[in-house]
Design a binder for this molecule. Structure first.
Ligand code: ADE
Length: 300
């Protein structure tokens, strides 16, 4: 019975560092993220005389088995992730009248994909190499990429495979710092082989995940390459005119996403390396962080 599993999970946390007193949680009705994250609402946690804004996910005892599994899985992962400036961190959890609430750091600028798409409308003209656009400069795009790779390097250090790395799951906090979020599908495992058939983010998946259901940190690197492509297309949809069967065939034949107009050869080479058919030949997150850091320095 999963009502029990919620209570058990919560009881394991009771008295621990993530246990929030019920009275400290302030719920609002303001929905966050267009429902793509399930039920996420804005709230506050009272701490030392102040109210800090949080994003609150809730789970009712009568939720579906799948929702319960994803929710409790995400909570377990969040506890393991700990604190990092480029990861959306856990604030705490509590259980009120059969509902479990998980409070996470609130990222006030929303998700990266939506932010990039909005910035399109603001662009007055394109910019060349390292040239400045009034709204999203190349520096800003590289900083989003660097922040995201730093968050993913932290997860890799903790042996956490995210499995849903995509711009919709990158949130922007204060000063537009990018943070990786949504650990609903994450696993703490060196290699995770998916057995059941659940909805999966096909267009972000590495070839070995698509063809063999195999997930590793190096398959997260492939997905990060797709995030780079999303960044440099200002929130484009990968393989937008391709259906699933075509996509399988194209990837098998070695076809890859084209170079976005805003992306220089250097950054495109990085994407192509992330999409190497052989996982071990892809760059690692520490390498990607180093290279993005240098690209950013060259730009400033
Ligand atoms: N939408 C989903 N999670 C969020 C968060 N942590 N901050 C802001 N918006 C969100």
């Amino acid at each position: 019975d999963c009502g029990d599993s919620i209570r058990n999970t919560y009881e394991q946390m009771a008295g621990g560092p993530w246990d929030l007193p019920r009275t400290s949680l302030i719920l609002t009705n303001q929905q966050l993220g267009n429902g793509q994250f399930g039920q996420v609402k804005k709230g506050f946690v009272r701490m030392r005389g102040t109210k800090i804004p949080v994003a609150i996910k809730s789970l009712k005892e009568n939720a579906s088995e799948k929702d319960k599994r994803d929710f409790l899985n995400e909570l377990t992962i969040l506890k393991q992730v700990g604190k990092h400036p480029n990861v959306v961190c856990l604030v705490g959890a509590c259980h009120i009248q059969g509902v479990m609430y998980v409070a996470m750091e609130y990222a006030k600028h929303g998700d990266l994909r939506t932010f990039l798409r909005k910035s399109r409308k603001l662009r007055q003209h394109d910019y060349g190499n390292c040239g400045a656009s009034p709204f999203v400069s190349k520096t800003m795009l590289l900083r989003f990429a660097l922040n995201t790779s730093q968050g993913l390097r932290h997860l890799a250090d903790k042996q956490i495979i995210h499995r849903d790395v995509a711009a919709r799951n990158v949130l922007l906090g204060d000063h537009l710092v990018a943070k990786i979020a949504d650990f609903g599908l994450s696993k703490n495992d060196e290699t995770y082989v998916k057995t059941s058939s659940t909805r999966v983010p096909i267009r972000w998946m590495a070839v070995e995940s698509l063809f063999n259901n195999t997930y590793t940190t190096q398959s997260d690197v492939w997905s990060f390459g797709v995030v780079l492509w999303e960044i440099f297309t200002l929130g484009g949809t990968p393989y937008s005119s391709t259906d699933t069967q075509q996509l399988f065939n194209l990837l098998k034949d070695g076809y890859r996403l084209k170079r976005p107009r805003l992306c220089d050869q250097n950054a495109y080479a990085m994407m192509l390396q992330c999409w190497n058919e052989i996982p071990e030949r892809r760059p690692t997150f520490p390498e990607l962080c180093g290279r993005l850091q240098r690209m950013l320095e060259d730009c400033q």
